[in-house]
Design a protein around this ligand. Sequence first.
Ligand code: ATP
Length: 427
Amino acid sequence: MIIAIDDTDSREGMCTTYLCAMLMDELKEYGDIIDSPILIRLNPTIPYKTRGNASTAFEIDTNEPEKVMEHVISRVEELAELQSDMTNPGIVFIPEGEQERVKEALGNFFRQAVREVLEIEDAKNLISELGLPSKGLKNGRGLIGALAACGAMLNPGWDHTYEYLAYREKDAWGTPREVDEESVRKADLETYPDTWDTVDCANDLVVCVPHAGDPVLFGIRGNSIDVVTRTSRMISSEPVERYMVYRTDQGTDLHLIPVEKIADIRDLHSYTIEVTVATDPQTIRGGHTIFSIRDDSGDEMDCAAYEPTKNFRELARKFIPGDRIVFSGSVKNSTLNIEKIKIISLAEKYESVNPSCPECGKNMKSAGKGQGYRCKKCGTSADSAERVEVERDIETGTYEVPPCARRHLAMPLVRCMKENGKIFPSR
Ligand code: ATP
């Protein structure tokens, strides 16, 4: 039987993955847990999310499905942060023998939940159409994520990575985390690029340790169960209550929809689009860098490297009109929030300089407002400044925002090393 749960936490506490890990432990008395559980990230722009729009599922081989369902529902009722307005848990079960029948419909639902905006009714209708046992608490919004996780579990062909999540002892929840940063940096050095987003070297930040009141102590992301487990064992920290390794769609770019026209772009979706930079980047209050992009039909929209993207903004500030770039990112308020870029070609950049004297070769001086330029020594003059091409101090190639600003679903460039062209992973 597949068990999927979502939307159990609030900003103050709990974490759906922790509940999943706990249930996997508790349910051992009713049967055998099969393989890795999954942690899927869904549409990252959904406003209802607590943090990263995650959902979880696992599978148990059991002869007591009724008892299992009863146990899961009562534990979610007991442990979910039901007092929070934002918490609307959903639980979906796929009984043994039903999996082939519902596989295709749920696979489609999973893909939609990663890229589109769904309604609670979409999930409820599909659940009743397929006749699946489920439980929605409060408004039941979590049924969307839980149903999507069932779809992901039944259709395991998606690109995937792994995350090792270490959880804190209950007494420590809400207190500052004790993780030895030196051990984290050492572990990162030893296993990068098979692991990623453990440390952000450019911004001098340990990024694998969260700061909120949830039970997660740290999370190590990588390309195999073995490497994330080895890396985690190198980290010295406060006691770990339990841990779990999840198969996940994190770092896969599954959320990106390829489009050619700005007219096809909608808010709350994520895209990849090849366009031309249309205006010089401006840095506005708050440190956000904004400019306009134009597609081949002449339509324009805003594009932003927001303040949290830190050093990436230095790159964005070097763009000039005419640069041809493929942008990837999510769209909110009609603005594309950059996750990654591929610079295809760079426009020529010119600067006005004082003309040089044809006699002595030195730069002429201004002869006064509107009076052109003159070389005092040789007596030569020129009417206007010279336009000279200046070197662009950026290269074509693929770049990304730093680990501290990475979207869970965004594929880190260390996973794209086989791509054509130059790649500049950020770390
Ligand atoms: P948690 O650890 O509880 O999962 P979270 O940051 O992952 O925290 P949730 O609390 O799960 O976020 O909130 C996200 C909500 O959005 C869930 O109810 C989920 O069912 C719903 N949701 C997920 N994907 C979509 C989608 N594509 N369209 C609409 N709602 C969605």
